[in-house]
Structure formats: C-alpha cells, structure tokens
Design a protein around this ligand. Structure first.
Ligand code: NI
Ligand code: MN
Length: 230
C-alpha cells in the first residue's frame, strides 16, 4: 500500500491499484498545495461531517465518478443525489472496489453545514483498511478510548494514522498510549499544526513514541508518500 499524506487528516492510498482518498480536505487545507484536478479517486472515505474532513468530498465524487462511503447517517444528512454511495455503520466491514474496509468507533461529533444551517450527522468513525502488506487504521478525529486496545487492536494494525493536535482530538500524550494499546508497527501523526490551537512539536512526539513504545514513527510532510510493507 502506498500512503500519501495530503496534510491535516487527508491521505491518498493506493491499494492494489485502487485509489482511495480519506477525508478530502483539499481546497481550504492550508497544508495542501494540490488542486482538486490532481486527484482521481475510485473511492472516497469520510470519517465525519466537519469541514476539515468532509472537505471537497461531494465535488470530487461527482467529478471522478467515485464511490463515496461513510457512516450512514452522515450520508443521509447530505444531498448525494446522483452519487454512488455506500452508507455503512460502526462494527461493519464493507468490501468496496474490492478492498475490505472496517468502520470502527471514534469519540467525536459529526455535523454538516447545509442550506438550513448546521445539521447533526450521526456519529464520527475511523477506518481499518485491510491489505496483505499490512492493515491501515485511520483514527479520524477522536479522543483516546479503551476499545483501541481491544476491538481495534484485534484487526492487526500495521500502521496507525493518529491525531496528535490536542484541543479538538487527543493530544501527543494520549496518542502515545493509543499506539501502545494498538500495538501498531508504525504510527503516522496527523491533525496537527494546521490551525493555531493544534500546534505541536512533532519531533518531540517522535522521540517519545520511539523511546516509550514499540512503534516506529513515520513522519510524512504534506505531499510525501511512503510504502507500507510489513
Ligand atoms: Ni472534527
Ligand atoms: Mn478535525
């Protein structure tokens, strides 16, 4: 699996020839210099409705005839007329474009902004994407929670994409605990430095992670790619 960090919580994945885009916050993302036309996803996964995650999902799905997948209540809160959608729910595994995608819990809110203002949009989630090179966990926006060490850890996490920004999500200290509980071989920190309240010293996080857990830290700059192969 090739993993490209697009800044904030947005990642492009190439999984056995399938282009997957997670949380496509592109056009307003201060960390992403790419254009929407630089992306050609087959599948777009969204963790929740907040703008820094839903981002350009609807426009990109339309432009690329891509499948848009997410928590069923989120999809129902939006106008997805004409789009190919897969609305599933926590604990479920969906095979989409031939890739097995597990929807796992996240402790966070979910709203979308529509014509009539802010609307609740179900629960936030994370994803575990299965691949023989190693399974990838995108935690979404979340607090630390104990089920990471049981329910999610069972899914054999090769690489965990974990928020470390604090304020809106867990911070570096809880992300260390998450990495330990998940027994993740690699951790890629995300959701930091994008906005003023989530500035973090990512090098300090890397040092702490590698000295206090068995996980390796893979720091990716926006635009940088890395191949996960266990
Ligand atoms: Ni959020
Ligand atoms: Mn967020």
């Amino acid at each position: 699996m090739i993993i490209t960090f697009e800044g904030h919580a947005c990642f492009s994945l190439l999984v056995r020839g399938v282009n997957i885009l997670i949380d496509p916050y592109i056009s307003d993302n201060p960390q992403c210099n790419k254009e929407l036309s630089d992306f050609n996803p087959d599948l777009i996964l969204v963790t929740h409705g907040h703008h820094d995650h839903l981002g350009d999902a609807l426009e990109l799905a339309k432009a690329n005839d891509a499948t848009l997948a997410g928590q069923v209540d989120l999809l129902q809160a939006m106008d997805t007329t004409g789009l190919r959608t897969v609305g599933f729910n926590l604990g479920g595994c969906a095979t989409i474009c031939g890739v097995r995608i597990n929807m796992v819990p996240a402790w966070h809110g979910s709203t979308v902004i529509g014509a009539n203002g802010v609307r609740y949009a179900g629960v936030a989630c994370g994803y575990v994407i299965e691949d023989e090179d190693g399974n990838l966990y995108h935690a979404g926006d979340t607090a630390l929670f104990g089920d990471m060490g049981t329910v999610i850890q069972r899914l054999n996490i090769g690489c965990a994409l974990l928020p470390i920004g604090d304020f809106f999500t867990m911070g570096p200290r809880d992300a260390l605990t998450a990495a330990h509980w998940l027994k993740a071989k690699y951790v890629v920190p995300m959701h930091y430095d994008t906005f003023a309240p989530i500035q973090q010293d990512v090098n300090e996080f890397r040092r702490e992670l590698e000295s206090r857990t068995d996980s390796k830290c893979k720091l990716l700059a926006p635009g940088e790619s890395w191949e996960l192969k266990l």
